[in-house]
Design a protein around this ligand. Structure first.
Ligand code: MV4
Length: 447
């Protein structure tokens, strides 16, 4: 096992990783920008190294500074968290080249899944169902026309280097195809320096369901069920649940078995998430994330597993030590992301937290690096806390979340807590009847 880990992140996830390290008896090194000198992860770490000015590019994305910090402190491994360098294959490679361990998959697998075309082709080969569309990259408009005619309109042109909704254009009819083609390619070239695109049939009312998996270095792969992440706005998730209100245990077992077999054949290591669009009882793979995700706590609650501890153990070369039949699902979990934003306009609202009083009690978990008097800096993501509840049934989880939101006090800055309250009392949400479009429509309605 490692004796010291550098945490290449900030905020609640840096604290989450720090807590897992403490419980494993591993020393921690925090890195931080000058804007984060008073951050909780800096205060609680065994050692802290300032790696640059506030802008992420100069600090949390500064590979040379992070590697220097690891070297001078004698850290043996680096946990990247999510965002920042977590899905940067070159970073993973550089970390390993310096004789350190990157806590995550191999650079090769990160690179493979970073290219959405390679990701799809690989998954198809391994028997994972896909959205109907082009067989890999499209090199000209005529090819795109042929595929679109075959799968039927509307269709989407997507950038190979995209993901998270960037570089994606819809063509409602054949008349729109040329414009969508040109715009997607131009946008992809400008945003990613790579104009490779592919085509998919547009699914009009899917849910976004993702599957959590873990693999060790010896070909053992297990899954921890699904998260329903359909409630998002402008590709920013707001509320997630485990399990999905739309799935049965049999459907979970079936897609889980397909996914674990595929990833085992790949030799996939550490944590990963397969993203699916789910509509009319069909799973269609769209992308894979090769990192720990923001919403991992809902999975931890229903599976009673510490995913960060597992990531560290697996990166240290330990075996999983259990099989799929040892993993069971208990109750229901919901996560509300608490962002420092106006709950109606979503304008970020950095500033000083005058009062912070997190909720507690049975089945309530708060992942946050906030404290009374903390100044939320304007330079980073606006998510300041995650409120997670666990209860025997979805109905009880909703009641528990409503109770916890009522207890939650954050004064001095605006947060999206009032929006979460409105969502939780909505009859459609309560019935679990929603798609990826539900939240956009909900937030556009007057109230
Ligand atoms: C789609 C789709 C409908 N049909 N692909 C958006 C982000 C990227 N990860 C994939 N996305 C979508 N791909 C097909 N063939 C609709 C979306 C989509 C979406 C997906 C997941 C969660 C929220 C979304 C919001 C808008 C569009």
């Amino acid at each position: 096992m490692f004796s010291k880990i550098l945490i290449a992140n900030r905020g609640e996830i840096a604290l989450r990783i720090l807590r897992a390290c403490r419980e494993l008896g591993i020393k921690t090194v925090a890195v931080h920008s000058t804007a984060d000198e008073d951050a909780m992860h800096v205060r609680l770490a065994d050692e802290a190294v300032c790696i640059g000015p506030p802008a992420s590019r100069d600090s949390y994305l500064n590979v040379a500074a992070i590697l220097s910090a690891a070297t001078i402190t004698g850290a043996e491994a680096i946990h990247p968290g999510y965002g920042f360098l977590s899905e940067n294959a070159d970073f993973a490679e550089t970390v390993e080249a310096h004789g350190l361990t990157f806590i995550g998959p191999t650079a090769e697998h990160i690179r493979m899944m970073g290219d959405k075309i390679t990701a799809k082709t690989t998954m198809q080969m391994l028997g994972v169902p896909l959205v109907p569309g082009s067989d890999g990259e499209l090199t000209n408009l005529e090819e795109a026309r042929e595929v679109a005619d075959k799968v039927g309109y509307p269709v989407l042109i997507k950038a190979a280097a995209g993901g998270g909704g960037r570089g994606m254009k819809v063509a409602q009819t054949a008349d729109d195809l040329e414009d969508a083609w040109k715009m997607a390619r131009a946008e992809a070239r400008a945003a990613f320096g790579n104009d490779a695109v592919y085509l998919e049939k547009y699914m009009d009312r899917p849910r976004h369901i993702e599957l959590q998996i873990l693999g060790d270095n010896y070909g053992n792969v297990v899954h921890f069920g699904e998260r329903d992440c359909s409630l998002q706005r402008r590709h920013q998730k707001l509320l997630e649940e485990a399990g999905s209100p739309a799935l049965t245990a049999e459907q979970r077992d079936a897609i889980g078995q397909t996914a674990t077999q595929a990833l085992s054949k790949m030799g996939y290591r550490n944590a990963g998430t397969l993203e699916f669009l789910y509509q009319d009882g069909q799973f269609c793979f769209i992308e894979m994330n090769t990192r720990l995700q923001v919403e991992h706590p809902v999975t931890e609650m229903v599976c009673d597993v510490d995913l960060v501890r597992e990531q560290i153990r697996l990166a240290a070369g330990e075996q999983l030590g259990y099989t799929q039949k040892d993993i069971s699902f208990s109750g229901h979990a919901i996560e509300c992301r608490i962002n420092a934003e106006d709950p109606d306009s979503f304008t970020p609202c950095p500033g000083t937290v005058a009062v912070y009083h997190p909720p507690g009690g049975l089945g309530v978990r708060v992942d946050s690096a906030l404290y009374t008097g903390y100044r939320v800096p304007p330079f980073y993501d606006s998510m300041i806390a995650k409120l997670i509840v666990h209860a025997p049934t979805r109905e009880q989880a909703i009641a528990r979340m409503q109770r916890a939101l009522d207890e939650f006090v954050v004064e001095g800055i605006k947060t999206v807590i009032p929006l979460h309250r409105r969502i939780l009392e909505d009859p459609e949400f309560q019935k679990g009847e929603y798609t990826i479009h539900w939240l956009e429509q909900f937030t556009a309605k007057p109230h």
